[in-house]
Design a protein around this ligand. Structure first.
Ligand code: IMP
Ligand code: MG
Length: 453
């Protein structure tokens, strides 16, 4: 392998509550400058199929849409892909996406690496998650089993690793775990009768499909580094949902800040650039307080931009920009740059920006552990820009009008200076407040609809 350009090594994380467009940015940064003989590895380091990355990209002269839940976004490009040890790995969902990619790419040629240490997220994790939610004792989860999976991870004895999964011991190991969890499940009304046999049967095929992919990933990562490969590490959820640094308990169950990627993958921070993806207007799904939640006409932005969960179809709540949260998360992630997304989604709307919180009648720029009762304090600046005539974001991105595609392409070609002045002012004020430089602004859902500065 001959390197044609310096290796691009990046960690891509979400800066608010998820659904910022990380998948799209990963795709752009993976694909950008990629030559046939270059080696690119895209890695997932946390979360599971609670994630939903929507990718809209050009392949063989046609636009395609692909949603990944279990697999890293690189799957649509046939890059090498890896699953880290802290991922809630769902083999069935993964194989399904692999099959889709196989069809799309006419055979998957990239290498697939799954850490032998990764834990398996089973159907029963989903059943427990759903039972907790329907008993009204959850956090409005995606019901994909994430909470119960990470409980098992912390409990240790009920964690089934990918190594266990592939080995001949698997049925015995699963039997042991189900015995251990039987009382817990039955107390929730989940019958374990026949579950072992059922699981052994349904996992026969995925175990066979995945049998060659188990690796000691930290060592293989070192080799990729030595070989000068491009490595893109992608976060699944948004930093506001971090298990320890989000608003407890309304978080997901994994640690998702960028530094967690390095510790679990055996990599060093100084070898990577960390890019935060920030949707200009934040959205939140599930329970949890949302300081800038919009109760006025700004909320229409949600419907106009199709803000529905890619994993659950739930309506996402929409809020005004929250720079207090963005600043905290850019800092905690050690971001080197930010990509602002959905600048097209708020065009023609007057927008205020949250620059402080009112916590128990004290104005602060620090984010407390609970957001209950926190009121936004908006700065005196408001912003409004127009990219093109009319609000045409509802158009199906696979079949958008040619004039819209052209308008977007013109902005991409024009670069930063061609952007509306009001949008540039927004970016400048944002960067000053958040303390991190914007390196790109996204103006459309398709891969390539981003102006990188
Ligand atoms: P869980 O991760 O399914 O346990 O859900 C916990 C919380 O995180 C809920 O509020 C979910 O709506 C939220 N959440 C989890 N994954 C995502 C995601 O990929 N995008 C947005 N919200 C998410
Ligand atoms: Mg998503």
């Amino acid at each position: 392998m001959v390197l044609k350009s310096p290796p691009k090594r990046k960690v891509i994380v979400g800066l608010v509550w998820g659904d910022e467009g990380k998948g799209k940015v990963v795709d752009e940064l993976t694909y950008d400058g990629l030559t046939e003989d270059e080696n690119t590895l895209v890695v997932r380091y946390q979360g599971g199929k609670n994630a939903g990355h929507t990718l809209i990209f050009m392949l063989n002269g046609k636009w395609h849409k692909f949603v990944t839940h279990a697999a890293p976004s690189g799957i649509v490009r046939g890059t090498d892909i890896a699953i880290g040890p802290r991922v809630a790995f769902d083999p069935i969902a993964f194989v399904k996406e692999l099959n889709q990619a196989n069809e799309l790419l006419d055979g998957y040629k990239g290498r697939i690496l799954v850490s032998n240490r990764a834990g398996i997220c089973f159907e029963y994790h989903g059943l427990i998650d759903a039972a907790v939610e329907s008993a009204g004792k959850g956090v409005g989860s995606t019901k994909s089993g994430i909470g119960p999976f990470y409980e098992d991870l912390a409990r240790r004895t009920t964690r089934i690793t990918f190594q266990d999964y592939l080995s001949e011991r698997f049925p015995d190991r699963l039997k042991q775990v189900l015995e251990h969890k039987k009382a817990e499940m039955e107390a929730m009304g989940i019958s374990v009768k026949g579950m072992l046999e059922r699981l052994v049967e349904t996992h026969k095929e995925p175990r066979n499909r995945l049998k060659d992919f188990g690796v000691d990933l930290e060592y293989r990562m070192t080799e990729y580094m030595k070989n000068g490969a491009n490595i893109i590490i992608e976060g699944a959820q948004g930093s506001g949902l971090d298990r320890d640094m989000g608003d407890i308990p309304n978080t997901t169950s994994s640690e998702l800040l960028a530094p967690c990627a390095f510790s679990s993958l055996g990599l060093r921070r100084q070898d990577f650039e960390i890019i935060g993806v920030e949707k200009i207007y934040p959205t939140r799904v599930g329970d949890g307080d949302f300081p800038t939640y919009a109760t006025d006409s700004f909320a229409q932005v949600g419907d106009l931009n199709g803000e529905f969960g890619a994993s659950t179809g739930r309506r996402r709540r929409v809020g005004y920009p929250d720079w207090v949260m963005a600043r905290r998360n850019a800092w905690l992630n050690e971001c080197d740059g930010i990509v602002l997304t959905r600048a097209d989604g708020v065009q023609d709307r007057q927008m205020k920006v949250c620059t402080a919180y009112d916590v128990n009648e004290k104005v602060t720029t620090e984010v407390p552990v609970s957001l209950t009762g926190v009121k936004p304090v908006y700065g005196s600046n408001v912003y409004q820009w127009k990219l093109w005539e009319g609000h045409r974001n509802l158009a199906d991105p696979l079949n958008e009008p040619l004039e819209l595609t052209k308008a977007r392409a013109d902005y991409v070609a024009g670069g930063r200076e061609a952007l509306p002045q009001e949008l540039r002012r927004f970016v400048d004020d944002h960067d000053r407040f958040v303390g991190c430089k914007t390196i790109g602004v996204s103006i459309g859902p398709k891969s390539g609809d981003t102006i990188y500065f």
